[in-house]
Ligand binder design. Structure first.
Ligand SMILES: [Zn+2]
Length: 208
């Protein structure tokens, strides 16, 4: 009866991208959906171990797929990536989360573009916001959807990506938390959400 199970897919370029952009969303969807699919589009030294540790902090069960592409070369393989995604993401998936289209990191943009080829058959597609030193946001991110959750849990998960925390400094962690607080003040101050993740909506089908 897998056909009737509620499925959500999170598709990132690198091992830490999904928790960075959707660490609160994962927590929420773990409560409402039966199958959580996590797709990391590239491989990297120690990154799989860090990803597993990180997801353990956030959720109990998920299906993890690591695709055989190398970091910083994903944009050379957008067609291949789109084919992998088409095979992995089940037809009845209800939601997809991925990178936004404004990103300057070529891998991030490539994953976003490849994922958007699935949008024709998936009813809800949302694009996350990323705080990354390798990412310069040249055009504006205009979010229309927001998800709250346990920010401490999200930060604990991101800290499992030890290689990245070492590379980017603790200020990176402060910035991730700060962005969540900023979005909550901007878009939901009167309800006291505390921390929000923001998403651009590609499409959402509102059911009866
Ligand atoms: Zn990344």
């Amino acid at each position: 009866m897998a056909k009737n199970k509620k499925t959500v897919a999170f598709i990132g370029a690198h091992a830490d991208d999904i928790e960075l952009g959707a660490g609160l969303a994962i927590q929420k969807f773990a409560k409402t959906h039966d199958i959580l699919i996590i797709i990391c589009s590239s491989q990297g030294k120690n990154r799989l171990k860090e990803l597993k540790n990180s997801l353990n902090e956030l959720i109990e069960n998920c299906n993890i797929y690591i695709l055989p592409l190398d970091e910083n070369t994903i944009y050379e393989h957008i067609g291949t990536l789109a084919q992998y995604l088409d095979k992995i993401v089940p037809k009845n998936t209800e939601y997809i989360f991925t990178h936004n289209q404004h990103q300057t990191h070529q891998d991030h943009k490539a994953v976003s573009t490849a994922t958007l080829t699935l949008a024709r058959r998936i009813p809800n597609v949302l694009l996350w916001e990323t705080v990354s030193p390798s990412e310069i946001n040249l055009s504006s991110f205009n979010p229309q959807a927001f998800i709250s959750g346990d920010m401490d849990k999200k930060i604990k998960a991101i800290q499992c990506h030890k290689s990245q925390v070492k590379r980017y400094s603790p200020q990176w962690i402060d910035a991730i938390k700060g962005l969540g607080a900023l979005r909550a003040i901007q878009f939901d101050m009167y309800n006291g959400s505390g921390y929000l993740e923001a998403f651009e909506i590609v499409k959402t089908i509102i059911e009866e």
